[in-house]
Design a protein around this ligand. Structure first.
Ligand SMILES: Nc1nc2c(ncn2[C@@H]2O[C@H](COP(=O)(O)OP(=O)(O)OP(=O)(O)O)[C@@H](O)[C@H]2O)c(=O)[nH]1
Ligand SMILES: [Mg+2]
Length: 334
């Protein structure tokens, strides 16, 4: 994933051309002048966007690519209708909004697994001469061509919503944790505020389940009131459903104090953030003694997970707990 998230792309979509109708007459031994039997063409195929919940980026699309659905086949003699053109189905991640690139009109919001949107209809089928027979004109020589499919430029925009955000004071180990569980490569350093911009990573669990985790800049007192770097970041937190409180061992501040400060900053930014699910994590436990760990766990509310992003201790348990929380949240939203 490389941490790069293409979140906007413009492509061209073209419905297939309708198949032509044909001119044809019955030829039978004892019928001197057979009636018209030219069949209609087949409709052109549609270009369809379909949501695939396993996708998390639009990175597989290239700007300017033209996507064409299949053309309808021409009609046949004996009143045979031509085959319909093949639809072209393009898979997109949930959270994709589709715009007409020229008018800016929203064509649709693709959010649910399996949801589909036709973005370019195929052309109408041409009519064969059998369709033009009337009581006055029993042998029409007329047939029509299939219509052109719709052709348009569309813009796909993915608002990548992090399922969970990592919050904590500077140096708590948030970026190290993100790097441990995703292929994102955020900056990690032993000084405060090494993270200035959020990075996102995709956690891939088994059986195709994945979710997005955001590493947020460190929070300290005052950040929620716009003084610090955290505020910009809390805007991202707002859209996530779970906050992982990363509380580091071996820092000047005790984990319980870190929790108080960070929680206060989060809530002073927005009260509604109180509704988010909290997962408290005691990080950097390899730097502490057993006794220090026990004391820290006791001083914190809730079911505290202990982990080290450096040794890997507790990481599997952390991911299992986070994945379960994300799964529940997604079910609740649907
Ligand atoms: N021993 C040990 N060191 C860790 C662990 N996790 C992080 N560190 C170290 O702690 C320091 C800070 O780690 P970061 O991941 O950059 O911390 P952060 O929370 O992202 O910090 P900011 O971005 O400044 O808010 C780095 O020197 C890391 O190598 C851990 O589990 N064990
Ligand atoms: Mg960081």
């Amino acid at each position: 994933m490389g941490g790069r998230f293409v979140d906007q792309v413009v492509i061209e979509v073209r419905g297939g051309k309708g198949g032509d109708g044909i001119v044809s007459f019955r030829r039978e031994a004892r019928v001197p002048k057979g009636g018209p039997n030219g069949g209609d063409g087949g409709a052109g195929g549609d270009v369809i966007l379909a949501v695939d919940g396993r996708l998390t980026t639009l990175a597989d699309f290239r700007n300017g690519t033209i996507f064409r659905a299949g053309g309808g086949r021409p009609g046949g003699s004996g009143n045979r209708t031509g085959a319909r053109g093949k639809d072209l189905v393009l898979e997109v991640p949930p959270g994709t909004t589709v715009f007409d690139s020229d008018t800016g009109e929203i064509l649709g919001d693709l959010t649910r697994e399996g949801q589909r949107l036709v973005v370019a209809r195929g052309g109408v089928p041409g009519k064969g001469n059998a369709s033009f027979a009337t009581s006055v004109n029993r042998a029409p020589r007329k047939a029509t061509r299939g219509g052109e499919g719709v052709s348009r430029k569309i813009r796909l925009e993915l608002s990548l919503i992090a399922d969970a955000g990592l919050v904590g004071v500077p140096n708590a180990g948030k970026s190290t944790l993100l790097a441990r569980v995703t292929s994102a490569r955020p900056k990690i350093a032993n000084y405060p505020f090494s993270t200035l911009h959020p990075s996102l990573g995709v956690v891939r669990m088994d059986r195709g389940f994945s979710f997005v985790l955001a590493d947020l800049p460190g929070l300290l007192e005052g950040a929620g009131r716009g003084t610090g770097l955290g505020l910009r970041f809390l805007r991202h937190v707002e859209r996530t459903g779970i906050l992982v409180y990363v509380l580091g061992m071996g820092l000047r501040m005790e984990p319980a104090e870190q929790y108080e400060i960070v929680r206060k900053e989060v809530l002073s930014y927005k009260d509604e953030l109180e509704k988010l699910e909290e997962i408290p994590v005691l990080s950097r436990v390899d730097l502490a003694t057993e006794a220090e760990r026990r004391r820290a766990v006791k001083s914190l509310p809730g079911d505290v997970l202990e982990l080290s992003a450096v040794t890997g201790e507790g990481i599997d348990e952390f991911l299992a707990r986070l994945a379960a929380a994300v799964g529940n949240l997604r079910k609740a939203i649907r």
